[in-house]
Design a protein around this ligand. Structure first.
Ligand code: ATP
Length: 395
């Protein structure tokens, strides 16, 4: 029995020695109790336990650095500094049941659609797009990097004939910004599918699988009596498709060179809810100028100024991003050069395109972001057991 389980021990009723033992025992200690259980209308749980024997298995130190049953809240930093105690709180534990339900739902939805779960390397010679958000690692007598994304490897698996794969794995980003939605280690749910016929195949797959995931998660949480069951929204495919150019018009910034920022995304979320009444929506047809560094994003044959890339947003926050990839080697190499990189930097990746590569595409979906939004928590860090950010490496 842990400290969070209540033991009703009344003076005058229980053995005085046992009473003295418990009266002196600090909160959160671990004890083993033998006794008689009897119904009690006065007890919150409907029963009480009259102990005949109590063994102290592990005595908690005093004072506790963080209260577990106290009503007074601590700030997030204090909570994360003493995360083991924080995680004992039922309200915090409930977040991880929600996370489990989402992960299980996603796994099931893709497994029964014929996708194979894979694991790609997290220690790489080269990042997906190069750039400043890579963590370097001393790797014997050379330099390696922690994977920002499984992007290149999941595409290589399509070349290896796997056809439908998904991966649930950590992604590492050296995000210097200290925001409530960025962490340096997050869980990415990545999907890649071969033989697609354009971006719509991917969007339909994503919206159907996500709708199913949410229904499964709600049922799982209801069974557990978890309060987050009620927060799971109803998703109704098809989700609205909002071309990037329309989002830009709404924002009054047509033709801008850069991607939508946080405030832009929020404003588009408000407008999308107003026009379509849906918390989920796709922003489609990302312009090539915005995705110029994303060399693997296929440009549309009829409109090379546009890619087939899309984001899935949920209430004004980007949750996933992906689209059809360029599977033609000559065009892929040209895109790499346009992104100020060289094909020689990606020998293993490009070999996969040399011996037969079908049209394919997929996306990366941020699990932490999704759980964070579903739970309605103030900070994404609360969705990870032991979060990592610019300033936090402990515990
Ligand atoms: P953003 O523009 O919000 O920084 P991004 O465009 O870099 O995100 P992608 O590379 O498209 O993101 O990654 C796919 C998904 O992974 C995102 O939609 C998001 O859900 C998640 N993600 C990306 N970076 C982070 C991060 N630092 N912390 C938590 N989740 C992240």
């Amino acid at each position: 029995m842990s400290g969070s389980t209540q033991l009703l021990l009344k003076k005058g009723v229980a053995d005085p020695a046992l009473f003295a033992l418990l009266a002196d025992l600090p909160r959160e200690s671990v004890v083993s109790v033998e006794g008689m259980v009897r119904r009690s209308e006065k007890s919150q749980r409907g029963f009480e336990l009259a102990p005949t024997r109590i063994d102290v298995i592990s005595r908690a130190g005093v004072p506790l650095p963080l209260g577990v049953v106290d009503k007074v809240g601590a700030d997030l930093d204090t909570r994360l500094n003493h995360r083991v105690l924080d995680l004992r709180k039922p309200a915090v534990h409930a977040v991880f049941e929600l996370r489990h339900a989402v992960l299980r739902g996603l796994r099931d939805a893709f497994t029964h659609r014929g996708f194979l779960e894979v694991e790609t390397p997290k220690i790489l010679r080269q990042g997906a797009e190069g750039g400043a958000t890579l963590f370097p690692v001393e790797y014997f007598d050379t330099r390696a990097y922690l994977a920002q994304s499984p992007q290149l490897y999941k595409q290589m698996l399509i070349g290896a004939g796997f056809e439908r794969v998904f991966e649930i794995a950590p992604a590492f980003r050296a995000e210097p910004s200290d925001t409530i939605r960025h962490i340096t280690e997050f869980t990415s749910f990545d999907v890649e599918m071969g033989y697609i016929d354009g971006a719509e195949d991917l969007r339909r797959l994503l919206e159907d699988a996500l709708t199913e995931t949410l229904a499964d998660a709600r049922a799982d949480l209801t069974r557990r009596g978890n309060p987050y069951a009620e927060k799971i929204p109803d998703a109704k495919p098809p989700f609205p498709r909002i071309p990037f150019s329309l989002a830009e018009e709404w924002l009054g910034r047509p033709g801008a060179e850069e991607d939508l920022g946080t405030e832009d995304e929020k404003a588009v979320g408000v407008q999308a809810e107003k026009e379509f009444g849906s918390p989920f929506y796709f922003i489609t047809d990302y312009p090539t100028r915005v995705k110029s560094h994303t060399f693997y994003a296929q440009r549309q044959d009829e409109h090379p100024e546009l890619t087939g890339y899309f984001d899935l947003d949920f209430r004004g926050l980007e949750i996933a991003s992906g689209g059809p990839r360029e599977h033609r080697l000559d065009r892929l190499e040209a895109n790499i050069r346009t992104a100020d990189l060289t094909p020689e930097q990606f020998p293993g990746y490009l070999e996969a395109f040399r011996y037969g590569m079908p049209p394919h595409g997929g996306w990366g979906f941020g699990v932490d972001r999704f759980v964070w939004m579903l739970a309605g928590l103030p900070n994404i860090r609360e969705t990870r057991l032991f979060p990592r950010d610019r300033y936090r490496l402990d515990p």
